[in-house]
Design a protein around this ligand. Structure first.
Ligand SMILES: C[S@@+](CC[C@H](N)C(=O)[O-])C[C@H]1O[C@@H](n2cnc3c(N)ncnc32)[C@H](O)[C@@H]1O
Length: 366
């Protein structure tokens, strides 16, 4: 198998292709990306057959911004016979995977592909039992073993392959399924919830999204993001000139300050979280986030960067690089990740975790 398939939001195939081409080249893996606009996926074909597997292992999946999933695949299977679609699919995996941990029968996230949902669900049962019989899948689900993917781009037409469970998205189609909480004041609440799922490992939630923590929400109104923090029993300072949902104010966990996010200065050292959904130029938002992180006014930050009309991958990369440089110049040890989330449209969501600063050669935890 000499290709990888990357799932992305429809309309962002060029960004996804530019990113995989650039990041593969850094590993000295060369190939070419096949892009079909608005298809919701990209195929990157490696010149060396074994390089596809290397990509799946060596490109840290969490560092990919525009890809929701990355899987190693073989040639496109076309014209699957309706009376037996299972055999050719299973045949593709012989000698490639044994004892896989899970099967996902998937499709691109596009309107046209929605009609494949039922079909994929129906096919999963016979595929799974055939794969178990042939030992392609293990007897039981195992989250430590590779995931087998069958990716349908039309009803008789699919890519078959795998991803490594320690370097993939754990979500079906790379999309966390979240339910809109009816009492939340805005739909963008799902964006912050998704960011928590994507950036914070589930076994660290108790420590990093803990009850009693202090948080600041810049550009908070009407309060969808604040709602997520309040739900986790945090105390929130919400900065925005707009009106905040009364239901949130009634919790007694929210202080609402009608101030400009770019002028507001925190006087408290207690804040652990900073979240920011202000709609502004990305460079301006990034600079503000750096101020907070450099000054130690928060430990972790989640914020949006609006995407430009053109050269979206290059622009995002430049801004992330500037954030990295600014933190390094100030001796801040941090990790920075960005993702084009399912709930993001013309923006990406960035997460920065500040570990410590080096002050006078010593490690300063604050
Ligand atoms: C996309 S909305 C935020 C939605 C919010 N995260 C939610 O989930 O309900 C952007 C908000 O940023 C606010 N805003 C824009 N510029 C601002 C600034 N300079 N200072 C504070 N708030 C600002 C707007 O008033 C608006 O309420």
């Amino acid at each position: 198998m000499n290709k990888v398939a990357l799932y992305c939001r429809s309309g962002f195939e060029k960004e996804c292709a530019a990113e995989i081409t650039a990041k593969a080249a850094k590993l000295e893996i060369f190939g070419f990306a096949r892009v079909k606009e608005d298809s919701g996926y990209v195929i990157f074909e490696c010149y060396q057959p074994e390089d596809a597997d290397r990509l799946a292992k060596e490109i840290p999946f969490r560092e990919l911004i525009f890809a929701r999933q990355l899987i190693v695949v073989g040639e496109l299977l076309k014209d699957l016979p309706p009376e037996d679609r299972v055999s050719p699919i299973v045949g593709m995996l012989h000698g490639v995977i044994t004892n896989g941990g899970e099967l996902r029968v998937e499709m691109p996230d596009t309107n046209e592909s929605k009609e494949l949902t039922k079909f994929c669900r129906k096919l999963t049962v016979p595929l799974r039992s055939a794969m178990r019989e042939q030992r392609i899948l293990g007897k039981r689900e195992n989250s430590l073993r590779p995931v087998v993917h069958v990716f349908f781009i039309a009803s008789g037409c699919c890519y078959v392959g795998y991803s490594y469970s320690n370097n993939n998205s754990t979500f079906y189609m790379g999309i966390p399924r979240l339910k809109f909480p009816s009492e939340a004041p805005s739909r963008s609440t799902l964006k912050l919830e998704e960011a928590f799922h994507v950036f914070i490992p589930a076994d660290e939630w108790e420590e990093r999204l803990a009850s009693g923590m202090y948080a600041v929400d810049l550009g908070a109104c009407p309060g969808g993001w604040t709602y997520q923090l309040v739900q986790r029993s945090m105390m929130v300072t919400a900065i925005d000139n707009g009106p905040m949902a009364q239901s949130l104010m009634d919790t007694g966990q929210v202080i609402h300050l009608k101030e400009d996010a770019f002028r507001y200065k925190s006087t408290s050292w207690k804040n652990y979280w900073l979240v920011c959904d202000v709609v502004e130029k990305p460079a301006k938002v990034a600079a503000l986030m750096c101020d907070w992180l450099v000054n130690g006014w928060c430990r972790e930050a989640i914020f949006n960067l609006k995407l430009p009309m053109k050269k979206r991958y290059e622009e995002v990369t430049n801004i992330l690089e500037r954030i990295k440089e600014r933190l390094e110049e100030n001796h801040i040890h941090a990790e920075i990740f960005a993702k084009h989330l399912y709930h993001d449209r013309e923006e990406v969501t960035v997460h920065v975790r500040r570990f410590w600063a080096t002050v006078g050669g010593r490690r300063d935890e604050r």
